[in-house]
Design a protein around this ligand. Structure first.
Ligand code: PGA
Length: 255
């Protein structure tokens, strides 16, 4: 069945040397292994290589993720990073469609869909984010909104190995605000996402795709989310910037 995943999104935090120190700290915290839990860290692009070197040197039990990628293979796209460049520095995962990218950089579901296809063509696991704003939540249309995002984000994807496509449900009103959704709120939407995946890909594939919760997840609240049937882990922002706290979250998922 589905292995749990705990992924740390470092966002635009940590210089190169600070990222190396954080990765080394996490390698020490997790030196006993992570059992059945897949652990992933997503440093800023410029720090990927440094963290990859720590993972290799320390034989650290976590995988490397980028926070974004472009869908073209190469060319005149100033400031962008192609999937093969991520692959070349050891990134095996890539967050796409984070609400910060949608809100501040105008990314659309169509962009996110193209990114997923480009990454999967290189064997990189997308961690594809979805989630509603406070307005939508208050209007009570959040389930329909997220289901629509999922349909657009996955349009035409060929998922042969469901462990290699991950979804993160992140209600925008709970990101970085200290305001968490309840575990029941998370299950309501994650359950609807699973039902949508069944419609699109069939039972077997849908049962193998991990759905993470994200939004002010921390060492004290993670256990409650993980109890829910369709919550397979967490995408952690703020609380992933401290090695000990993030390792505690991994240990909660191992329990
Ligand atoms: P947060 O961020 O845990 O700081 O709320 C989660 C995310 O945006 O991925």
């Amino acid at each position: 069945m589905r292995k749990r995943m705990i992924a740390g999104n470092w966002k635009m935090n940590k210089t190169f040397s600070e990222a190396v120190v954080l990765a080394e700290g996490l390698a020490r915290e997790l030196e006993g292994g992570t059992g059945d839990v897949d652990v992933v860290v997503a440093p800023p692009t410029i720090n990927l290589k440094g963290v990859a070197e720590v993972i290799e040197k320390e034989e650290a039990p976590f995988a490397l993720s980028a926070q974004n990628a472009y869908w073209q293979e190469s060319g005149a796209y100033t400031g962008e990073t192609a999937p093969n460049m991520l692959e070349a520095v050891g990134a095996t995962h890539c967050i796409i469609g984070h609400s910060e990218r949608r809100d501040y950089f105008g990314e659309t579901d169509e962009d996110i869909n193209k990114k997923a296809k480009a990454l999967m063509a290189h064997g990189i696991v997308p961690i594809s984010c979805c989630g509603e704003s406070l307005d939508i939540r208050e209007a009570g249309t959040h389930v329909a909104f997220v289901v629509d995002q999922i349909k657009k984000d996955t349009a035409g994807l060929e998922i042969t190995d469901p462990s290699k496509y991950v979804i993160a449900y992140e209600p925008i009103w709970a990101i970085g605000t200290g305001k968490t959704a309840t575990a029941d709120d998370a299950q309501e939407v994650c359950g609807a996402i699973r039902a949508t995946l069944v419609e699109i890909f069939g039972d077997e594939t849908a049962a193998g795709i991990r759905i993470l919760y994200g939004g002010s997840a921390n060492p004290s609240n993670i256990a409650g989310f993980l109890e829910k049937e369709d919550v397979d882990g967490a995408l952690v922002g703020g609380a992933s910037l401290k090695a000990d706290g993030f390792a505690d979250m991994v240990r909660s998922a191992m329990a």
